[in-house]
Design a protein around this ligand. Structure first.
Ligand code: FAD
Ligand code: NAD
Length: 395
């Protein structure tokens, strides 16, 4: 009989870990595995706030995919997926078509703009190596422009929309970067403004209030101005309009207001919520026993019936079960139910500062910053072993 064909879409946290596990588990000629990704590198999304602000080099946030997988066991195709056709068991790529018996969807998320006018057109997002290189260059360029037009303080005003973890981690880095830029461009630091604007009654809604207060204090001391319980209503080429009626003039708006699933899922006819597929306990799309969905494209419900937040952590745990279930399905053995085991959350607040909950323990300051490094290094170790830790790890 024909060798079953597995196609993995996306080499993010979900896709790359699935591929790495499959190449370990599958025996010779048990399945053909193809991994498709837009770029020939995997990016470490959880680092992107740093190269976005310019506090780290984008090279440290990406790894060549062929360094992570064994080409004798997995075919890598560098291409962009344009359409998924589950009825025909086909995927349409920018150059060509792939047929599959089993599909793994790990295409990640897209910015959720909630239909707010102007955000798609005028705001920037922290989503990929290319997008963060753009943000870094854009920020530097605003300083250079200000030197030619010293009345334009809007060039020195930076707006971050959304104080979730992405927004908070980014303003922490940006606040660290500003003094360097001021020195480089001979700009008076008191002219620079960083606003972090959050619609909910608190920053980091749902997180431990004591740690949120700690984080806000650290960031305020570094020069971040918070506007809490203040929704962005519109984004324009001149800045933002707030629900309070206030307008803030700024040539830089970074939108970190949330993510949704990849638009192709809805287009493929899957049932979605905010673009994401609510998977069954084996991580498959309901009604499709050969389609697995991982990471930001998926929704997994907690025992309390709430969707778990989309994170790298859950994506990687899903990938382990997805790989086991693919092998199980091919061998005709029983499939496993996925159960998320949260290990904690640690968020950076810039150089030497972080907050987190590990197990039931609250951590903050230097201890949390070290823990953040440990979590980052552990991921490098999982995907690339000691060599990758030595090459990309920052100690
Ligand atoms: P992704 O990692 O987003 O990967 C998707 C892949 O698909 C990418 O390689 C992309 O190039 C590829 N792709 C997309 N579209 C196409 C296409 N059409 N064709 C081909 N390829 C395509 N989570 C944590 O758990 N801990 C953290 O500390 C943390 N920090 C974060 C910090 C920042 C700044 C951000 C933005 C997010 C952070 N997250 C964190 C969230 C985490 O990064 C995401 O939940 C995670 O990346 C989702 O993994 P994924 O596998 O679903 O998709
Ligand atoms: P998010 O959805 O967690 O946060 C978005 C924030 O934007 C929310 O607080 C929301 O109230 C706010 N917002 C929405 N509309 C707004 C408006 N009109 N005006 C002002 N504010 C508005 O998104 P995120 O921060 O990008 O995080 C995405 C996922 O990635 C989450 O699951 C998060 O836990 C995870 N993540 C984790 C880490 C970490 O663990 N260190 C870091 C980054 C992201």
């Amino acid at each position: 009989s024909r060798i079953p064909r597995i196609v993995i879409l996306g080499a993010g946290y979900g896709g790359i870990v699935t591929a790495i596990r499959l190449q370990k588990e599958l025996n010779y000629n048990e399945a053909d595995v193809t991994l498709v990704n837009k770029h020939d590198y995997h990016y470490i999304t959880t680092h992107l706030h740093m190269p976005a602000a310019g506090t780290d080099n984008p090279e440290n946030a990406r790894v060549n995919i062929l360094k992570l997988i064994d080409e004798f066991k997995i075919d890598f195709v560098k291409s962009t997926v344009v359409q998924i056709r589950p009825q025909e068991k086909k995927v349409i790529l920018e150059e060509g078509t792939l047929s599959y018996d089993y599909l793994v969807i790990g295409l990640g998320g897209e910015p959720e703009t909630f239909g707010i006018p102007g955000l798609k057109e005028y705001a920037l997002g922290i989503r990929s190596i290319n997008s963060v290189r753009f943000i870094r260059e854009h920020i530097e360029y605003q300083f250079a422009k200000f030197k030619r037009e010293p009345n334009r303080t809007d060039y020195l005003t930076f707006i971050v929309g959304g104080a979730g973890f992405t927004g908070i981690e980014f303003v922490g880095e940006l606040a660290d970067r500003i003094p360097e830029l001021c020195k480089e461009f001979d700009v008076d630091p008191s002219l620079v403004k960083i606003y972090n604007i959050e619609a909910a009654p608190t920053a980091l809604p749902g997180f431990d209030p004591e740690l949120v207060e700690y984080a806000m204090n650290v960031l305020q001391n570094k020069g971040v101005t918070f506007k809490i319980a203040t929704a962005i209503k519109e984004c324009t080429p001149e800045g933002v309009l707030l629900a309070t009626g206030e307008e803030i003039k700024s040539s830089t708006v970074i939108w970190t207001g949330g993510i949704r699933g990849n638009h192709m899922l809805e287009e493929a006819g899957f049932e979605t919520m905010r673009g994401r597929i609510k998977v069954d306990e084996t991580l498959r799309a309901p009604g499709h026993d050969n389609v697995y969905v991982l990471g930001d494209c998926s929704i997994v419900m907690s025992p309390e019936g709430r969707p778990y937040p989309p994170t790298a952590q859950i994506s990687m745990q899903q990938a382990e079960i997805c790989a086991q279930n693919l092998v199980g399905q091919i061998r005709g053995s029983e499939l496993k139910a996925f159960e998320y085991k949260p290990k904690g959350t640690v968020a950076s607040l810039g150089r030497g500062e972080a907050i987190g909950i590990v197990g039931s323990k609250k951590i903050k300051g230097g201890t949390a910053a070290i823990m953040k490094k440990v979590v980052d290094l552990r991921y490098l170790y999982i995907i690339g072993g000691i060599p990758l830790v030595l090459k990309k790890g920052r100690f």
